[in-house]
Write a protein that binds this ligand. Structure first.
Ligand SMILES: [Zn+2]
Length: 77
């Protein structure tokens, strides 16, 4: 196995990691409900993407509620 001859100095490590910083997510506003949305993603609040309804928000809410009830039932048993 190859073994490094010298240990990497802290400064070199820092130089390498200078590009590792994370940037904040860029958010735009939904044209139909004005809530913040990630670009190229359907709006989670109203379920629209580029003016069309792509997610049934009410159906999704029902599903989430069902899941929560299932979890509560499992924890009781
Ligand atoms: Zn929206």
């Amino acid at each position: 196995m190859a073994v490094p001859k010298k240990r990497t100095p802290k400064s070199k490590t820092g130089m390498r990691r200078s590009h590792h910083g994370r940037t904040s997510m860029s958010l735009s506003t939904c044209p139909s409900c004005k809530s913040p949305v990630q670009s190229h993603t359907a709006c989670a609040t109203c379920g629209t993407y580029r003016g069309r309804s792509v997610i049934s928000v009410t159906k999704k809410a029902e599903k989430v509620e069902e899941k929560r009830k299932d979890k509560a039932r499992k924890s009781q048993a």
